[in-house]
Write a protein that binds this ligand. Sequence first.
Ligand code: B12
Length: 448
Amino acid sequence: MYDVYCISAGQSDVKKEPNVINKKNMYLNYGLLGLASQINDENLSTIQLQGHFEEPEVFFEYCLNKGIANTRYPVFISMPSFYALSWLKVFTKLLKNKAKIKKIVLGGRWVIDGHPEKIKALLPDVDVIIDGLGDDKILSLLNREPLKYSTQVSSLNYKILDERKLYQPSLEVSRGCGMSCNFCQEGNEKLQPLKEPFVITSEVKSILLNDELINMTPYFESSMFVSNQQWLENLIAQREIYSQNYLWRTESRVDSISPKLIPYLAKAGLRVLDLGLESASHKQLTSMGKSKKPEKYLEKASSLINTAYEFGISVKINILLYAGETSQSIQETFNWLDKHRKFIKGVSIGPVIAFGWDDKKKNFMDELISNGASIYSGNQIIGVSHINLSSKIDHNKALDISRELSCEFMDAKSYYFLKSFSYFPRNYSWENFNSDVNNQPSNYSFSI
Ligand code: B12
């Protein structure tokens, strides 16, 4: 039994195909884990439970077995995306009516986003709604002295995460971005410097388990990973001093990592790099505001992934099918990927989706429409607008194209490698994966 229960909402609605493989993802809510770690430091025994893709009724039973009905403290819930809303409606009702929880506190800045009253109307069983970052507020919700406001990233206590050995861990290395994209709340939050390598080294020591499961390979989380040679040399030195040889993954833009840094990154343990290339069509890159000089941008991308390959770093390329897409722009992206096939381990491809409350995404929607898009009317999920990219490529066609491209550039083996590096449960073997894929045919986004 625990004093405080922190719950990361599950989801009944999903972004991608709800097949057996997609439902294996264990998306660690490390924002909540930072808050739960603070609570635990107050001498309150704390547990973080995650709903994942479990039915809310089944997960509620699980929480009851963990003793949630006996807590005297508020239950803290985190809502990572709009996909969690319908799940939460059922779950919070059960908490209130069956477990008789007095105070349910809900946070999650990507959804609440300035409109707690809308959430309250949708989730009437929630008592308190907290918008924005929670780090400087969470302790006052327990009548404790709050930490002074700081944009510094938290350190995570994995001991309080339920079934922690099954997760590939995340480590927050920086916050903020500041690239000013008008649809992102981090657009105007200044990019914070990276955590010092000695702090990372000491956190890693307490996070990594050396057991019989698939190796732990942490994700260095940051909205935009920007390092320099000095920082990397320090990390390399720290790893040598403490004999750490874990491999890690991070995400960045193709134009924020210089190929010159690749040898240092490789030596510092970087093994997988997610790159938001988004497109290889000049027109599309310009209209999505990704680059003002698309030719240079693509040259940089080319040189970066070529060097990464040379140094044994696997690159996953993210592609965003954007408003105004035509068969020609898609062909250009296809040709680029084809030319770089050897250097690409996998891809993640999907059409643009507009998230958020209507007033917040209005400018973004107007921009999409001015590029030839229209709103897809088949969507039922609050806060999630699917888009017909152009008169020729509607939302469903865009999904088909995404799947075709994904299958063209990623096979099952590479998909499994990338997923098990970061998101699959650490006991989910290649054999388990194969048997699931064979037993449950679906529109998988990899070739078999
Ligand atoms: C890292 C990331 C991930 C990671 C980690 C997710 C996680 N749950 O932590 C991974 C890769 C796993 C992921 C997965 C998904 N993600 Co994501 N992700 C992000 C990203 C890049 C950064 C999130 C972040 O800021 N983390 C840092 C922490 C510190 O912030 P935080 O989580 O918001 O937590 C703080 C506050 O919200 C608040 N808070 C949170 N919970 C609570 C609870 C209480 C009680 C209180 C008081 C406060 C509080 O305090 C926290 C600490 O300060 C964003 C945004 C972006 N720029 O693109 C997208 C984003 C949030 N993800 C998004 C989506 C759609 C998803 C997926 C549904 C995609 C999918 N493939 O299915 C899944 C859902 C996963 C899940 N159920 O958790 C969308 C959400 C859109 C929306 N508004 O609905 C975003 C905005 C990206 C986008 N535009 O497409 N994601």
